[in-house]
Design a protein around this ligand. Structure first.
Ligand code: ZN
Length: 102
C-alpha cells in the first residue's frame, strides 16, 4: 500500500523534462549523475559488493539499482536503492534480480 502511494507521489512530482527512469537516456541526465555521485561518495573505495573485485583486478565498477529501474522506476533516484557492482556482476544481475549485496 505504501509502495503504491510512493509510486503515485513519484509520478505526480516527476519532472516532465526527464526521460522515463527505465530508459537508456535516463542515465545521461543531470539528476541521475547527482545521485550516482552521492552513491560513489557513500561507498568510496569499496570494491564490487557481490564478488569483491575492484580496479586492482582490472574491472570497472558500476552504480547499480538494487530494485531495477524497469520494475521500480520510483526508486531510480534513490541513493538507498543503489549499490556498487562490477561490470560482470551488473551484467549478470540484469533487471530481473533485486538482491541487496550491501
Ligand atoms: Zn562483481
Amino acid at each position: 500500500m505504501f509502495d503504491l502511494i510512493r509510486r503515485i507521489v513519484f509520478w505526480w512530482s516527476y519532472p516532465r523534462h526527464l526521460p522515463h527512469p527505465a530508459s537508456r537516456e535516463f542515465l545521461d541526465t543531470y539528476e541521475w549523475a547527482q545521485v550516482r555521485y552521492q552513491v560513489l561518495l557513500k561507498y568510496r573505495d569499496k570494491p564490487c559488493m557481490a564478488c569483491g573485485c575492484g580496479p586492482k583486478q582490472g574491472v570497472w565498477l558500476n552504480v547499480d539499482h538494487i530494485k531495477p529501474r524497469k520494475t521500480h522506476p520510483h526508486l531510480a533516484l534513490s541513493v538507498d536503492n543503489c549499490q556498487i557492482l562490477c561490470n560482470l556482476c551488473n551484467k549478470g544481475k540484469g533487471n530481473w534480480d533485486s538482491t541487496d549485496w550491501r
